[in-house]
Design a protein around this ligand. Sequence first.
Ligand code: GRF
Length: 186
Amino acid sequence: VKAAVFASGTGSNFEAIIEADDLACDIALLVCNKPGAVVIDKAVKHGIPTLILDPKAYASKEDYEQKIVEKLHESGITWVFLAGYMRIVGKTLLHAFDRKIINIHPSLLPNFPGKDAIEQAYQAGAEQTGVTVHFIDEGIDTGPILAQESLTIYPDDTKETLQTRVQAIEHRLYPQVINQLVLKNL
Ligand code: GRF
């Protein structure tokens, strides 16, 4: 089974996925919309092919996504894992990969959707936050939830200590959910 990871940033989740023991699928492609993103170096280091497309080079979102769909089909990819892909997935990709695109988000959705979710929870003085893995739909961080794990925010937490603990959960949870989903144990 072949899968693609879509990521635009640092790629710590991308790395956690490709370094996971016994991953139930082959990460055959990194799709990135940000030329120069750190995650690209990580893919190159691990010998994973990259598709780097700047959306600004396309006349429309449909054209941009159609190009991605073509490449995914050419590579025989059947699953898409979003890991810090900072764009809203549109109809073209959603229809081509119906119920085959999942995302990881650093909060207990539906709380704190959108950008800077860890900071949002911290600033709100929440006592708990966590990580959610979910199917995507046309909304921002909406779509059926596959798995969630919570953690306590302690009074002496800083944004940094909180981020470290949230990321540790992400890096363990995402490969786990991917395996369950690909092997259809979910
Ligand atoms: C993660 O926190 C993920 O949950 C969110 O974007 C961040 C990506 O971080 N969707 P990284 O690039 O994987 O380090």
